[in-house]
Design a protein around this ligand. Structure first.
Ligand code: TRP
Length: 357
């Protein structure tokens, strides 16, 4: 029972972007390839996506394939990771049903991520119950797979805290059964929350400030050219701000010393480039060209792999189908354990028939 298991996932409400990439995807591939984990489960969270898209199921349905292609193209490998669709694992609903009794309404109301999301969606008094309770269902996602490790962005921290509380409460009442998970955040600060190309706090489809993993080279180029920098940095000779400057935040997330040797050999590293920008005498165009070169280098193999998988949609379908079967078997085992601990496995253990027990 000391195995190390990863579970994480994404809502299929749109194609995945650079924010997802540096916040979680890149790390997942590294962990998958590290050999340090006994199992890796990657979930397309369609049921969670429906909690605030009940009236637009087509959007969720259409994006399942997009997210699967995003996964495969960044290098998640079905031979090493089980990729599956959440709603095919109906055991997750049953787990959620029992976990709901272990969480209070006021505890859910205090969840900071849920609070922000309610504001963002203008739900106010019209919060769907399913949406309000999705942290509970997310605890089911995690515990169904005995996950020890959940690589995710900072915004998922309250979800993990909630899951840990449910695990502790369950184990306290019914005896040791569930595994307490931990979040694994990106170590680089710039990766915790990559800003949008417009400099706003977060990449978000509704703000139109995303660079998608599936964007063409021309789209990436155009988006980098119009990126937000320092609005006070008007002439090349002006001193510029690096803080709050999206181009530099992206460089913090992507630039490595070898990129300088390859694309901008006048500078040894990012610190030198920043110092020059701060002093004045370094134009935005030059910095953006450097960022673009790095992004194209990172994204072009992803784009190429995507093309290969797009040419084999049937293979993608088969991969999701068998991944979902594997996931379902694991969740069914956990559910059996849960029912046993709760002593509601009536037809396995018939001791309830005897009034003495
Ligand atoms: N809430 C996650 C997101 O919005 C998606 C998700 C659903 C998830 N279930 C999960 C992430 C379990 C990690 C673990 O991106």
């Amino acid at each position: 029972m000391n195995s190390k298991i990863i579970l994480t996932g994404d809502r299929p409400t749109g194609r995945l972007h650079l924010g997802h990439y540096v916040g979680s995807l890149r790390e997942r591939v590294r962990l998958q390839d590290s050999g340090d984990y006994d199992k890796v489960y990657i979930m397309i969270a369609d049921a969670q996506a429906l909690t605030d898209n009940a009236d637009n199921p087509e959007k969720v349905r259409r994006n399942i394939l997009q997210v699967a292609l995003d996964y495969l193209s960044v290098g998640l490998d079905p031979a090493k990771s089980t990729i599956f669709i959440q709603s095919t694992v109906s055991e997750l609903c049953e787990l959620s049903f029992y976990y709901m009794n272990l969480v209070t309404v006021s505890r859910l109301q205090r969840n900071p991520t849920v609070k922000t999301e309610i504001k963002m969606r203008n739900f106010e008094a019209n919060i769907p119950v399913g949406f309000f309770t999705y942290p509970i269902s997310q605890a089911a996602d995690i515990t169904a797979f005995d996950a020890t490790t959940v690589p995710a962005g900072e915004d998922q921290e309250p979800m993990l805290e909630q899951a840990r509380e449910i695990v502790r409460r369950f184990n306290h009442i019914y005896g040791p059964t569930l595994v307490e998970p931990e979040i694994l955040l990106p170590s680089n600060n710039a990766c915790l929350r990559l800003p949008g190309t417009d400099g706003k706090a977060k990449m978000s489809k509704s703000l139109g400030n995303c660079i998608y993993l599936s964007d063409s080279a021309n789209e990436v180029s155009a988006k980098v050219k119009t990126m937000y920098t320092d609005p006070q940095h008007l002439r090349v000779s002006d001193p510029g701000n690096v803080e709050g400057n999206a181009v530099f935040t992206y460089l913090d997330a992507f630039s490595r010393p070898e990129h300088f040797a390859a694309f901008l050999p006048e500078y040894a590293d990012l610190d030198e480039l920043k110092a020059h920008y701060r002093r004045g005498g370094l134009g935005d165009v030059k910095v953006k060209k450097y960022l673009e070169a790095i992004l194209q280098e990172e994204l072009s193999p992803i784009r190429e792999r995507r093309k290969e998988f797009e040419a084999d949609i049937h293979g993608v379908y088969q991969m999701l189908k068998s991944g979902s079967e594997v996931a379902r078997e694991k969740a069914a085992d956990t559910l059996e354990r849960v029912r046993h601990s709760m002593r509601i496995d009536y037809f396995t253990d018939s001791s309830w028939l005897n009034p003495e027990n």
